[in-house]
Design a binder for this molecule. Structure first.
Ligand code: PCA
Length: 193
């Protein structure tokens, strides 16, 4: 039986009109490698984003959850190695929340490692001709919030969780990658999961 992979992208935030994460996730084929995909757009809102993923995961029962977000300023596609138990927002989220120096989940561990094979994903993306690198911080905004919450929820279960940050789309900012390049990179990353 085919394996199931839930993949998410965010809505635009911080004044941008598009978010390359959802632009590209929404255009992925329905099957990649050995995975059947379920694609979900999630809001750039603390707490709500992870809730939306958890709700869909309950129905879809994925083997892997891969969330994708924009990291403006990065020049490579970057699978994240770690999530930290911190909310510290430099800008408000899409509901006006701007937590500073707070926990994602009070009393929970300081950090979790991603449970997808980040080094293999980087290799696969590079083999597809797209720049890639492992990232050691997903920041302290909504992307980290989602990755941390999911890793906490699925710790010790059979569901593996990862996060990939992508650069700006061509024309959106610099450095940037084309939509086609990001879609190729995400497909390669999925195949390596
Ligand atoms: N990037 C933000 C949140 C949504 C997104 O696409 C982040 O890196 O936290």
């Amino acid at each position: 039986m085919a394996k199931r992979l839930l993949i998410t992208g965010f809505d635009p935030f911080g004044g941008d009109s598009v978010n390359p994460s959802w632009e590209c996730v929404s255009k992925l084929p329905d099957t990649v490698g050995e995975y059947v995909l379920c694609k979900l757009q999630i809001p750039t809102v603390f707490g709500k984003a992870a809730e939306a993923v958890l709700t869909r995961a309950e129905e879809f029962r994925p083997d892997v959850i891969l969330c994708v977000g924009l990291a403006g300023g990065r020049e490579a596609v970057t699978p994240e190695r770690i999530a930290v138990n911190i909310r510290d927002a430099r800008i408000p989220d899409n509901r006006g929340n701007q937590p500073r120096d707070a926990f994602v989940i009070p009393g929970a561990p300081a950090a979790y490692f991603a449970t997808v094979p980040v080094a293999d994903m980087v290799k696969a993306i590079r083999s597809a001709g797209i720049p890639a690198a492992v990232a050691n911080t997903a920041g302290t905004f909504v992307c980290n919030d989602v990755l941390y919450t999911l890793l906490h929820r699925f710790a010790g279960t059979g569901t593996r969780v990862g996060f990939v940050h992508v650069p700006y789309l061509t024309g959106q900012g610099t450095p940037s990658l084309s939509e086609e390049a990001i879609i190729t990179a995400l497909s390669a990353a999925i195949s390596a999961c």
